[in-house]
Ligand binder design. Structure first.
Ligand code: GNR
Ligand code: NI
Length: 174
């Protein structure tokens, strides 16, 4: 397993629509392993391939509590096939938008179809944090960041804040 660099907005790779995976082979499993390791190291509860500069529809997620055993999920070509009726607002963060947080409205419940690491088709009925995380990750596959769900004014404010923070980080590092 290799740790990968997580790209920070406004990197163009984060705005690119990712391509479906055709063959679930060892190369794909290797990528998923790198993604999971990179996610745990960050640490985060989800990671999508575009965040490491790979334009493929691959996602890893683990929303298990910190003090309980890991429950990794590997999702290939995940799709939301149905949603519940109700939406819920909660705070989100993103490894590609470090130190930026905002309240985002999402479906409370989603049904997601995907292929697992063995290429088998599976379905997941998710609610709570898992449902939120899956919507956030599937957005990444379509080049969408959580700030894209906010008003243009609020998005611009948060992206400016991020740019300023990154400039300051650069300055401190040099
Ligand atoms: O680690 C993460 N936490 C999180 C919290 C609320 C809603 C979504 C997320 S996903 C994020 C990791 C990440 O950026 N995945 O793309
Ligand atoms: Ni994210």
């Amino acid at each position: 397993m290799a740790l990968r660099e997580i790209l920070i907005a406004p990197h163009p790779a984060l705005k690119t629509k990712a391509e479906p995976v055709v063959d679930v082979d060892d190369e794909v499993r290797e990528l998923l392993d790198d993604m999971l390791g990179t996610m745990y190291a960050a640490p985060g509860i989800g990671l999508a391939a575009p965040q490491i500069g790979v334009a493929k529809r691959l996602v890893v997620v683990d929303v298990s509590a910190k003090d309980s055993p890991n429950e990794p999920l590997h999702l290939i070509n995940p799709e939301i096939v149905a949603t519940g009726e109700t939406r819920e607002v909660a705070e989100e963060g993103c490894l590609s938008l470090p130190d930026i947080y905002a309240d985002i409205e999402r479906f409370e419940r989603v049904f997601v179809r995907f292929r697992d690491r063995d290429g088998a088709v599976r379905e997941l009925d998710a609610d709570g944090l898992l449902a939120r995380c899956l919507q956030h990750e599937i957005d990444h596959l379509d080049g969408v960041l959580f700030v894209d769900h906010l008003s243009m004014l609020r998005r611009r404010m948060l992206l400016r804040k991020l740019a300023k923070q990154q400039r300051e980080k650069q300055r401190q590092a040099s």
